[in-house]
Design a protein around this ligand. Structure first.
Ligand code: NAD
Length: 437
């Protein structure tokens, strides 16, 4: 089979490479000349574990290629996927669909045989129908169907998530389109992946329902963590105690500084707007959005409190700025709220992130960037862990203590144990756990 993938970002590049691993001939298309140039030279423009090998192997096998020319990419394809960005629209929080609709117009111009036009981007209900209408308007005679195939991969484990998903959701408008989609995902039948075939609208909504549910789960445990602090309980024990109940489940019950990243903040907001628009408001999610926004800001106050109530003229060492480990993605990362708030309170911030500094430099002016974790520490008044990269989990605590001006650690990801930290002589603040007596 043969497909074109429009957009070579976190989703398009991973999905394209994974489909080629399934044996499909894939041409990835992007408007960003720099990205395509780098990909043609064998460079991977994003940080995603395992992606370099996967891309290299499939390029070498002749199944994966890159171009800026959509016409060429669409020759003889069974399906063309739209995997472009759908960021929040400035001002109102609705999903900005201009890239999706732009791609639909371009696809329309090059349709010359029956093709399934698939939205892989996260798009509000009704977008697939609008894509169909746009193509019909430009090319009334064209032979095509639209389908929705939302993507559930997570950055940092994207390849595994794509190759061994919990499920695949396909919203198809005809049996013919459904059949093309099933054939594309055939390798997943071998590992008995559930394939949920629905209407276009249901598939579109399923993606938002999944992300907003997960955002609510994170927000729930964050609020329970705050309550734990007040009443002397331990949030990890509470999480285990409830998570072992199969109806609740163990995952996504880890407290932290608030969710961030390229999906949850914009998708929660977009679904809230859709629901308001159709007169069926989602009050739970409205509250989740509000709590999470405030929480990210409160985290700077937590750091300031741990530094004795003021960071004016002090140096704060920051470990991790990406929104989670194993990615260089900075979109809506909690660090984008926390670091500027510390700077506004008069702190000098010295930071390190294993992968995201090239992106973060543009977004966090005034930060002094270090070469490694220890490089942030010399003479700092405290160290704050913002992202739980593995390399921050086993720091040499004696060395950390000897480098800091004061042995103060604020661990917003709970990667250290309060007892161990007390023994090591640190004043240690984490989330939702009692301090050792
Ligand atoms: P991204 O910003 O990393 O990549 C989008 C790419 O599309 C860019 O390289 C851009 O240049 C390109 N593009 C835009 N318009 C184009 C056009 N007309 N022709 C060719 N290329 C074009 O975005 P992403 O993170 O990969 O997300 C893509 C979609 O997938 C979004 O809707 C997002 O919500 C959804 N999604 C993302 C994730 C994730 O973890 N990042 C997970 C699941 C779903």
């Amino acid at each position: 089979m043969r497909i074109a993938m429009i957009g070579t970002g976190y989703v398009g590049l991973v999905s394209g490479a994974c489909f080629s691993e399934f044996g499909v001939h894939v041409t990835c298309v992007d408007k960003d000349a720099g990205k395509i140039e780098r990909l043609k030279n064998g460079e991977i423009p994003i940080y995603e574990p395992g992606l370099d090998d996967l891309v290299a192997r499939n390029v070498a096998a002749g199944r994966l290629s890159f171009t800026m020319d959509l016409k060429e990419a669409m020759q003889g394809v069974d399906a063309v996927f739209i995997a472009v960005g759908t960021p929040s629209r400035r001002g109102d929080g609705h999903a900005d669909l201009s890239y999706v609709y732009g791609a639909a117009e371009e696809i329309a111009q090059h349709l010359d045989h029956y093709t399934v036009v698939v939205t892989k981007s996260t798009v509000p209900v009704g977008t697939g129908r609008e894509v169909e209408a746009i193509i019909r308007r430009v090319r009334p005679e064209a032979e095509f169907d639209v389908a929705s195939n939302p993507e559930f991969l997570r950055e940092g484990s994207a390849i595994g998530d794509f190759m061994r998903p919990d499920r695949v959701v396909i919203g198809a408008t005809s049996d013919r389109a459904g059949e093309v989609m099933r054939r594309l995902y055939r390798p997943l039948y071998l590992i008995e992946t559930p394939i949920v075939v629905t209407s276009l609208e249901t598939a579109e909504l399923t993606k938002y329902a999944a992300n907003t549910f997960l955002a609510a789960k994170i927000t729930f445990i964050n609020e329970i963590a705050d309550l734990c602090e007040k009443v002397g309980a331990n949030v990890h024990d509470v999480a285990r105690g409830i998570g072992l109940d199969g109806r609740i489940g163990k995952k996504f019950l880890h407290p932290g500084p608030g969710y961030g990243g390229s999906c949850f903040p914009k998708d929660t907001l977009a679904l809230v707007r859709t629901a308001q628009q159709v007169g069926s408001p989602l009050r739970i999610i409205e509250t989740v959005v509000d709590i999470n926004d405030k929480r990210k800001k409160q985290m700077a106050e937590r750091i300031i409190a741990a530094c004795g109530g003021s960071v004016d003229g002090k140096t704060v060492a920051v470990l991790g700025v990406a929104f989670k480990p194993n990615t260089d993605d900075m979109r809506d990362s909690p660090s984008l709220d926390i670091v500027p708030a510390l700077q506004a309170a008069g702190a000098h911030v010295r930071a390190f992130d294993p992968a995201a500094m090239h992106e973060a430099e543009k977004l966090l002016p005034g930060v002094e960037w270090a070469k490694d974790a220890y490089g942030t520490l010399e003479g700092a008044d405290c160290v704050a862990i913002l992202t739980e990269w593995n390399e921050f989990r086993a720091l040499d605590l004696r060395r950390v203590k000897s480098m800091l001006k004061r042995p103060v650690m604020i661990d917003l990801r709970n990667i250290y144990n309060p007892e161990d930290m007390a023994k090591a002589g640190f004043t240690y603040t984490s989330i939702g756990r009692p301090s050792p007596a």
